[in-house]
Design a protein around this ligand. Structure first.
Ligand SMILES: Cc1ncc(COP(=O)(O)O)c(C=O)c1O
Length: 408
């Protein structure tokens, strides 16, 4: 039974869920994570950052500093919907460097994670029936968040260089007029791919020519372990909204993120945030300001991440190549948390999953990330949450599962 059915079962007779709920997907945010809780299954399913990278001690020190300082009572009070000025200024400074032109702190709204950023943007900009272009495959959390506002979706395919911007251009030339184009341009979830520099420029040009907003979701940009950083799409046009998050760098349980919006939208985004949850936790924001205010601390913290994720990505890729030749091929991302795989030998990812779980390893089947066109041969694996040794064991278990399924 899905959660929605259980809720309906306890509602009094005449009360029905809103129509929009019938269109919103239910399971993906929970089930892959839950698989990780089954004893002795090595989960490659979740999108969690490596626990070892989360700075628990420093966060503890910063919270203690706040609650034992003269700011303690202020930190426990209501604060502004848009966020603490010091935190907005810190975010605006970093965004100015990324974009190569000044971002005003008034363009920044602090949110409870990146997904709330998408939610307030959608609330402010979408009417039912508006067209939203998304990558296919797509992060289901974002798709379901957008579904709450009842848009139509235009699915744009993804290849090794990220969103196929020429396919989007063709649809625009054919008369389609999206209001928003949502992209995870850097270390895309689920595929791990990155939008090339030329496509970033092309997408920004299209946004200006066809008057849509690009929503550039950037939870993974700081997790680069190879190659040089690219300019964000936002570097090339003012028609871009940035969604940022501390989830993958400081911890998703904090629920700390932000949006950077054009000045014209900032007031409406602040209002949408205020009339949803008043503001993001004041205590959390003071804690972040304390932590991020330690000279050089955040950059030194970020500098430790590539070694962890790069090593794990290589370990998983090498183990797949060693134990699953002719069965599974995975791509080669330059950062983020995920590899995207394709099962060969006529298998589907779903055919393999039951046996895989019985053998003690899990992943997410590619069709779970589909918008309109599921590809049964694809799957997503996260290398983030396990040591290189566990990743090797995971590949060996998957090879055993494949042997069982293929009857070899
Ligand atoms: C592309 C993308 N956007 C948003 C989120 C949600 O992140 P947050 O924890 O910042 O809300 C995730 C989480 O995995 C994600 O992959």
């Amino acid at each position: 039974m899905s959660d929605d059915e259980s809720v309906e079962a306890i509602l009094p007779g005449p009360v029905r869920l809103a129509r929009r709920m019938g269109e919103v997907g239910t399971w993906v945010m929970r089930d892959p994570l839950r698989l990780g809780e089954v004893a002795d299954v090595i989960s490659l399913a979740g999108g969690l950052p490596a626990g070892e990278t989360l700075p628990a001690v420093e966060i503890g020190e910063a919270v203690t500093q706040v609650v034992t300082s003269r700011q303690a009572v202020t930190a426990l009070q209501y604060s502004s919907a848009e966020g603490l000025p010091e935190l907005r200024a810190w975010i605006a400074d970093r965004a100015s460097v990324d974009r190569g032109r000044p971002v005003d702190p008034g363009q920044v709204v602090v949110t409870a994670g990146g997904l709330q950023g998408l939610d307030v943007i959608a609330r402010v900009l979408l009417d039912p029936g508006d067209l939203v272009a998304v990558e296919e495959p797509v992060f289901p959390g974002s798709l379901h968040c957008l579904e709450m506002y009842q848009p139509e979706f235009l699915a744009v395919p993804v290849d090794d260089d990220g969103m196929d911007v020429s396919a989007l251009a063709e649809r625009l030339a054919g008369g389609l007029r999206p209001k928003l184009v949502y992209t995870v341009a850097t270390f895309h979830n689920p595929t791990g791919v990155t939008l090339s520099a030329s496509r970033r420029r092309e997408l920004a040009d299209l946004a200006e020519r066809f008057e849509f907003m690009v929503v550039e979701d950037e939870p993974y940009t700081a997790l680069r372990f190879r190659g040089d950083p690219l300019h964000p799409v936002a570097a090339y046009s003012d028609n871009v909204i940035t969604i940022g998050s501390f989830s993958k760098t400081l911890g998703p349980g904090l629920r700390a993120g932000w949006v950077v919006v054009p000045p014209a939208f900032a007031g409406a985004v602040g209002r949408a945030k205020r009339w949803s949850d008043l503001h993001t936790s004041t205590l959390l924001q003071y804690t972040l300001v304390t932590l991020l205010g330690r000279d050089g601390w955040f950059d030194a913290h970020l500098a430790r991440l590539p070694a962890v994720y790069g090593q794990r990505c290589t370990a998983l890729r090498d183990a797949v190549a060693r134990y699953l030749p002719g069965v599974l091929e995975v791509n080669d991302p330059a950062g983020g948390l995920f590899v995207w795989g394709r099962v060969v030998a006529g298998l589907s990812a779903d055919d393999l999953l039951d046996a895989a779980i019985r053998a003690g390893v899990s992943y997410v089947c590619g069709p779970q990330f589909a918008v309109h066109n599921p590809d049964p041969a694809t799957l997503r694996m996260s290398f983030a949450g396990n040591s290189p040794q566990r990743l090797e064991l995971a590949a060996r278990r998957l090879a055993d599962a494949a042997t069982t399924v293929l009857g070899r």
